[in-house]
Ligand binder design. Structure first.
Ligand SMILES: [Zn+2]
Ligand SMILES: [Zn+2]
Length: 153
């Protein structure tokens, strides 16, 4: 596989993945620390970590707001990174994340035109209908997933 995008070359991928871990360390959720870096034309256009709405209390101070095993106070890092990016920059951008995006974040990144996702850790199981859904949306929107510095699918 030959990548046309410089940010997808292994050494750059590692560099951006390293940054996602530094960004994740800023998270104020006690349940998980997740970081996102969005790159376009080998330039960082936005970063985000999972945390509460600006100006409101943090999980580190008041505990997580758990519903069905998920903390509902925290915006996911991908959502924060997308919210703080320039809308036009997101088209054909690459999203680096410490974790594989959940279905809601995946829907959003597909909607805004992000075309590559590079992540370190798997998150949740995607089987059956959900796996099929990911596949369909990836194909429809021309999205490629990459795990770590070498895997591609
Ligand atoms: Zn939390
Ligand atoms: Zn998510």
């Amino acid at each position: 596989m030959k990548y046309s995008k410089k940010e997808l070359e292994p050494k750059f991928r590692q560099y951006y993945l390293d940054i996602t871990e530094r960004v994740a360390s800023l998270s104020t959720c006690k349940r998980a620390q997740v970081g996102t870096v969005i790159v376009k034309d080998n330039k960082i256009i936005s970063t985000g970590y999972n945390g509460s709405v600006r100006g409101t209390e943090h999980c580190t101070d008041v505990g997580c707001l758990m519903v069905d095993g998920h903390c509902m106070r925290c915006l996911h890092s991908e959502i924060n990174a997308i919210a703080f990016a320039e809308k036009d920059d997101l088209k054909r951008a690459t999203l680096f994340c410490t974790h594989k995006p959940c279905l809601s974040c995946f829907n959003l990144l597909a909607q805004v035109g992000i075309t590559d996702v590079v992540y370190i850790n798997d998150y949740g199981k995607h089987e059956g209908e959900v796996a099929e859904y990911y596949y369909k949306v990836k194909r429809a929107r021309g999205i490629n997933f990459h795990k770590g510095t070498t895997d591609y699918y």
